[in-house]
Design a protein around this ligand. Structure first.
Ligand code: 5GP
Ligand code: ZN
Length: 123
């Protein structure tokens, strides 16, 4: 079934758009019509993957009402990926947003962290 939850709109100066375009290499451990998943270059846990939409959205704060189905899709894709990675004991999904949120790459991404116990509160 075709659903209207994404597109191929990329931004030329964006690091993750360059990964989507194949200009910067990344090992796509997950891919579907709307997003890809690949290992973080600087892992903070035994499993540390990033899931990004195939459309350039600068951050969660910049997502529009029309992106609602895509945001739901990303959460569902992360859960599928966690199952594929056999993170049966649990995992953490993080969406750093904006300066105080610690966001360093301005393309919406979900961190999937697992393989060790997580602590709370985060830094
Ligand atoms: P943020 O800090 O914006 O939440 O997360 C950005 C993440 O992207 C960081 O964890 C960082 O290690 C990762 N990252 C930055 N550049 C690259 C890259 O070129 N390739 C990959 N795979 N990850 C990257
Ligand atoms: Zn982008």
């Amino acid at each position: 079934m075709k659903t209207n939850v994404g597109s191929q709109k990329l931004s030329p100066d964006c690091l993750f758009c360059k990964i989507l375009a194949g200009e910067i290499p990344a090992n796509r451990v997950y891919e579907d019509e709307f997003c890809i998943g690949f290992p973080d270059i600087n892992p903070q846990a035994p499993t540390h993957l990033l899931v990004i939409p195939k459309e350039h959205i600068a951050s969660q704060a910049k997502a529009l009402a029309e992106h609602k189905p895509l945001l739901g899709h990303l959460m569902s894709a992360v859960a599928d990926l966690a199952r594929m990675q056999k993170l049966d004991k649990g995992y953490r999904v993080v969406v750093n947003t904006g300066d105080e949120g610690g966001q360093t790459v301005q393309h919406l991404h979900l961190h999937l962290l697992g393989g060790r116990p997580m602590t709370w509160p985060p830094g």
